[in-house]
Every structure is written in structure tokens, then in C-alpha cells.
Design a protein around this ligand. Structure first.
Ligand SMILES: Nc1ncnc2c1ncn2[C@@H]1O[C@H](COP(=O)(O)OP(=O)(O)OP(=O)(O)O)[C@@H](O)[C@H]1O
Ligand SMILES: O=C(CO)[C@H](O)[C@H](O)COP(=O)(O)O
Length: 393
């Protein structure tokens, strides 16, 4: 199979505005493709986050970078005559939602008086057994938790694909499951930001009241703190989303400070760095090459400690005005795992309409996806062909 990326660097020695013109002349783009695994091994990736913290958005970015054909809900989804499923599949990637391992249905939890965040409400024995089987290349019959009516439905058949992503509340909570994961990531959204996002989705998109959203967040918080948040310590990468420091006492919460926290010493993972590996740097890129409106953009980079672990942190506070200009930022970062000059920028532009595309949440989710692709390639010996604009005939 011809890998276009080999000659793309030369083609991409141009501004991104030229690139978009280039793309209009090239109506089709090559898809990212994972070639058949040499070893047949399944690589297991865990993504932990609370509900409403951007897992689905991140999954779209990640699966987009892994590509594959026939991406969609297992069985075609309920609307196409299938069943209510939380599982997304392509020929290369399976995304399993760990809510499917809830022990009791919604009614049952009313009896136990526990929330789904409570470890006791999740069947980790079955989760471990089934993920181990999948990793060994076996097909499993996985339960389904139906979020529409709160029931545990007839199990569905999951066949192993080269990449299996498990996302949900507890991918790293059980030591046995945690040890099965090849790579783990935690989306750490602070309470204020979580609240703002929940309002966006549950109030504006789903018609819930402000009071009910507030009550639901407050009711979840003790169990969230007890059972979900401690997993941050075990994650290879944490994407931490905080209020901006660029506006003193900001109340609006529209500008975010996002930290890409990379655990040092992870095998097959070289931390992304800014300018000079290992140094401590602050960088304001606004100027001739990057347009910034108030309050601007600030990057920071350096070693740090996070929950007792030595880490390398890349931080971005602020909001981008023009995604095309991100190439300027990208060109100052190293170890980004891009396959050609401008790939990070290209992915940001491609997902431009998704939440967080104008700030560090989208930027670091994209960077994480590229790093996970690189990690997968190193571990499996398989090449993932990058999605590149197709060269016009
Ligand atoms: N980076 C972001 N910036 C701004 N808003 C965001 C961002 N990510 C997600 N959101 C908002 O949060 C809502 C929830 O996002 P998403 O559906 O991706 O989360 P989730 O973790 O998959 O949720 P759930 O587990 O409840 O299905 C979105 O509708 C969007 O409004
Ligand atoms: O935290 C959650 C998902 O991440 C849900 O609250 C949990 O799965 C229970 O679902 P429901 O509220 O639909 O009964």
C-alpha cells in the first residue's frame, strides 16, 4: 500500500491557508488505515472520565486518527434496526463503554441506594475476565447497560479488533483490569468547567433545568471523589482542564487552561516537549504568526510532580482565533508523533466543529490521539497509514 505521508512534508511546506485551497482541489482524502496486525495482539487502551466530560468527543478524535472502515454502533444501532448499544466499532477499533459492567440496573440501584460510581455497583470480575479474553483474541458476550430505560439488556457479541478502547468511569480502578491496559488516559475536568459543559448539554441540548443539573453534580460528587478521581494517579496521560489564569477571577469560564500531564518513564512513550527537552519554559506565541484576541494565549512546559508521580507537563491557557495558524505552534513542539509536517493542525481543522477545537482541550486530545497511534505502532509493529489530503492527479 502506498504511504502518501512520505512525500507530504514537501507538499506541506506551505501555509495552512494554502492547504485548504489545496484540499478544495482534492475532493477525496485518503483514510487512515491500520494494516493487519503482525502479531495478532489486541492493544487495550483505557480512557477514564466522569459522565459529560468529553469522552465521546475524544473518542471521535481518537478513532478518526486510527481510521478504519464501517465506523459506527455495533449492529448498526437501534435506529437502523439493531439494538441499543454503547459499543462503537470499525474494522480496526472497538470502543467499549464500561457502563455495560454495571452490576445492577437503575431499579436495582434504588434498592442498594448506591450510585453507579460506587465500585460495588460494577462487576469488575466479569470486566477483567472479558477484557482478558478479548486481549487473548477471543470473542466475548458482553452485557449491555441500556441508558434509555436503565435496564441490563441481552448481551452482545464482541469480536476482538487490533485496538480495543475501554472508556468510562472505572478503567483503572480494579488492579487486575488496570494491569491489562497498555495505555491509560484520564480526562480530568474541574468542577466549574464540568458544570458549564453539563449546562451546555443537559440544559441547552436536553432541556433539563439548571437546578436539576446542579443537584445531579452535587449528588455525584462524593462518590466521584471516592471512586473515580483516585484513578488519575495511575494514568499515563492526564488531560487536566482548569479555569484560565489569564483573566483574574474569571467568572465566565469560557477560557480554559489545559495541562497535558505525561507520566515519566512510560515505556514506548517519549513525552511531547516545547523548544528544549527538560527545560522549564513559558511562551506567549501571539504576534505576527499567531493571531490572538483577549486574553491571549500562553504555553508552559516543564517537569513537575503529579499525585506523587514525576511528570512532564505541557500547558496551554487561552483560545485560538484561527486554526490554520496552529501550524506555527505545532512547528515549535517536538515528539508530537505526527507523520508529516502539519498533521496535528490538519486534524484540528478537520474536527473544527467539535467542542474544544479552539482551545487546549481539543489540541491535547488530538495530541494524545497521535501519541496513542505512535504507541500502538511501536507495540504492535503495525503501521497506521495517516490520513492525508490526496494529491491531485
Ligand atoms: N472540550 C470541550 N469544550 C467545551 N464543551 C465540551 C467539551 N467536551 C465536551 N463538551 C460538552 O460536554 C458535553 C458532553 O460531552 P461528551 O458527550 O463528549 O461527554 P461524555 O463524557 O461522552 O458524556 P457521557 O458519558 O455522559 O455520554 C458536550 O455536549 C459538550 O457540550
Ligand atoms: O455515570 C454514568 C455514566 O458514565 C451514569 O450515571 C451511569 O452509567 C448510570 O446511568 P443512568 O444514569 O443512565 O442510569
Amino acid at each position: 500500500m502506498m504511504i502518501l505521508s512520505a512525500f507530504l512534508p514537501a507538499a506541506l511546506g506551505f501555509s495552512l491557508s494554502q492547504q485548504s485551497a489545496y484540499r478544495t482541489h482534492t475532493p477525496r482524502s485518503s483514510r487512515a488505515v491500520v494494516e493487519a496486525s503482525a502479531s495478532g495482539d489486541v492493544i487495550l487502551i483505557g480512557v477514564a472520565a466522569d459522565s459529560g466530560c468529553g469522552k465521546s468527543t475524544f473518542m471521535r478524535r481518537l478513532t478518526g486518527i486510527f481510521g478504519g472502515t464501517n465506523v459506527g454502533p455495533l449492529g448498526g444501532g437501534f435506529d437502523s434496526g439493531g439494538w441499543e448499544t454503547n459499543t462503537l466499532v470499525s474494522d480496526t477499533t472497538t470502543v467499549i463503554c464500561l457502563d455495560d459492567y454495571h452490576l445492577n440496573d437503575r431499579q436495582g440501584r434504588k434498592v442498594t441506594k448506591r450510585t453507579a460510581l460506587d465500585l460495588a455497583e460494577n462487576n469488575f470480575d466479569l470486566m477483567y475476565e472479558q477484557l482478558l479474553a478479548l486481549k487473548s483474541g477471543e470473542t466475548i458476550m458482553k452485557p449491555i447497560y441500556n441508558h434509555v430505560n436503565g435496564t441490563l439488556d441481552t448481551p452482545e457479541e464482541i469480536k476482538p479488533t487490533p485496538i480495543v478502547i475501554v472508556e468510562g468511569l472505572h478503567p483503572m480502578a480494579d488492579e487486575r483490569v488496570r494491569d491489562l491496559l497498555d495505555f491509560s488516559l484520564y480526562l480530568d475536568i474541574t468542577d466549574d468547567v464540568k458544570f458549564a459543559w453539563k449546562i451546555q448539554r443537559d440544559m441547552i441540548e436536553r432541556g433539563h433545568s439548571l437546578e436539576s443539573i446542579q443537584a445531579s453534580i452535587e449528588a455525584r460528587k462524593p462518590d466521584f471523589d471516592a471512586f473515580v478521581a483516585p484513578q488519575r494517579e495511575f494514568a499515563d496521560v492526564v488531560i487536566q482542564v482548569l479555569p484560565t489564569q489569564l483573566i483574574p477571577d474569571d467568572k465566565e469560564g469560557k477560557i480554559l487552561r489545559v495541562r497535558f500531564i505525561q507520566r515519566d518513564g512510560k515505556e514506548n512513550y517519549d513525552p511531547v516537549y516545547l523548544f528544549d527537552e527538560g527545560s522549564t519554559i513559558e511562551w506567549t506565541p501571539c504576534g505576527k504568526k499567531l493571531t490572538c484576541s483577549y486574553p491571549g494565549i500562553k504555553f508552559a512546559y516543564g517537569p513537575d510532580e503529579f499525585l506523587g508521580n514525576e511528570v512532564t507537563v505541557l500547558e496551554l491557557d487561552g483560545k485560538f482565533d484561527n486554526l490554520q495558524e496552529l501550524i506555527y505552534v505545532e512547528s515549535h513542539l517536538s515528539n508530537t508523533a505526527t507523520k508529516f509536517y502539519g498533521e496535528l493542525t490538519q486534524q484540528m481543522i478537520k474536527m473544527g466543529d467539535s467542542p474544544g477545537s479552539d482551545n487546549g482541550t481539543g489540541f491535547f486530545q488530538t495530541l494524545a490521539s497521535l501519541k496513542i497511534r505512535e504507541f500502538y505502532e511501536t507495540l504492535s509493529g503495525v503501521t497506521v497509514e495517516a490520513e492525508t489530503p490526496k494529491v491531485a492527479a
